[in-house]
Design a protein around this ligand. Structure first.
Ligand SMILES: [Fe+2]
Ligand SMILES: [Fe+2]
Length: 358
């Protein structure tokens, strides 16, 4: 499929594309759908110019408070991390809890940077075919520059943590081969993959920061910067899909409606589930990992909550047909939709209470 020419993209009101049986609050979720696509891209580009961060200017890596010390209790996983509130973890020695915490956080950063690298490559490939004057070029280039900065800050933390974490596992690396044909032949699927990576990271980081629990200040700073810039990226990906999916043919849209939950579920696992090395390095029982990802009712709620925003997007873009809905349910990522982007979930409120009382 050729990239849609943005000049031909017209503003489509959500009500024209949404199914009648969409949840009642679907309208409140969508932003200003009357603004032209070019206008939205200009606003986002202005944000990238005036509200941006540099990993070496905005993070004081040499601050004594930002040093990574293997005896620092602030690396103990907070209750906001499912492992951090698991009885097995709580029964370990303080020293081991810290070691697990450093490894886990460093690996999350490493997975994040692997994902960003793939995303940057995909975005560059996507832009190669954009025509002169296409406003997507400027915004997407700003976004790619921000993602490069994110890889710098993630790798800097990993290097300073002093643990040789693997990041994405070998199977996950193979799955990423789907990106190249998607960019070329099915760009709306590529942007679905982008959201599939960005939303889980954003949701998990927000859960930690919203909990108000103890977080190492370096990690906290990195998360703050990442969340601030990702909100732009996520807005763009949502906007891209809202504008482009509505112009797709019936067959393409049906295929995307099935690929969407599959992609989200696979990518959610890629980001949230720790690799086998983690379990082996710290002797974590398989049963603990199974429970956390995603056998226990509590963990299933987490999995569903990660995708509350994108479920709203799927309704909004007409991707929730009866078969797709069954697939969302089968993959255990069905559930209510957000009333507005990043609406705090009941689970996040509970975790915040737990963190305050810890
Ligand atoms: Fe990022
Ligand atoms: Fe991003």
């Amino acid at each position: 499929m050729a990239h849609s020419n943005v000049h031909a993209v017209t503003s489509v009101r959500n009500s024209e594309v949404r199914r009648d049986d969409a949840p009642a609050n679907a309208d409140e979720f969508s932003g200003d759908t009357n603004a032209s696509y070019g206008q939205v891209l200009r606003t986002l580009s202005d944000g990238s110019v005036h509200r941006r961060f540099d990993p070496y200017l905005d993070i004081d890596w040499e601050s004594p408070d930002f040093q990574i010390d293997p005896a620092d209790k602030r690396w103990i996983l907070p209750p906001a991390d499912p492992l951090g509130r698991h009885p097995w973890y709580l029964a370990q020695s303080e020293e081991k809890q810290i070691a697990i915490g450093i490894w886990r956080q460093a690996n999350m950063c490493r997975v994040g940077l692997h994902f960003e690298q793939l995303l940057i490559r995909g975005l560059m490939q996507y832009m190669f075919s954009l025509k002169n004057g296409d406003p997507e070029f400027r915004y997407i280039t700003h976004e790619a520059a921000e993602e490069c900065n994110h890889t710098l800050m993630f790798q800097e933390l990993v290097n300073r943590a002093g643990v040789d974490v693997p990041g994405m596992g070998p199977v996950d690396r193979k799955l990423t081969l789907a990106i190249w044909p998607a960019v070329r032949f099915f760009p709306t699927w590529f942007f679905t993959m982008i959201i599939g990576g960005e939303e889980p990271i954003d949701h998990l980081q927000k859960t930690v920061l919203r909990s108000g629990g103890q977080v190492h200040p370096l990690l906290e700073r990195i998360m703050q910067i990442h969340i601030a810039e990702e909100s732009r990226h996520i807005s763009f990906a949502h906007e891209y899909l809202r504008r482009h999916v509505t112009g797709m043919g019936t067959v393409g849209r049906f295929a995307l409606s099935l690929l969407t939950p599959l992609t989200f579920r696979i990518m959610g696992d890629m980001i949230a589930v720790p690799p086998a090395e983690f379990r082996k390095t710290f002797g974590i029982p398989r049963s603990v990992i199974r429970e956390l990802y995603w056998k226990s009712p509590e963990s299933r709620e987490t999995l569903q909550n990660i995708f509350a925003d994108v479920r709203a997007l799927a309704w909004d873009t007409g991707l929730m047909n009866p078969i797709a809905r069954r697939l969302w349910k089968l993959l255990a990522i069905d559930g209510p939709i957000s009333r507005y982007r990043s609406e705090p979930t009941a689970e996040q409120v509970r975790i915040a209470r737990l963190s305050q009382s810890a």
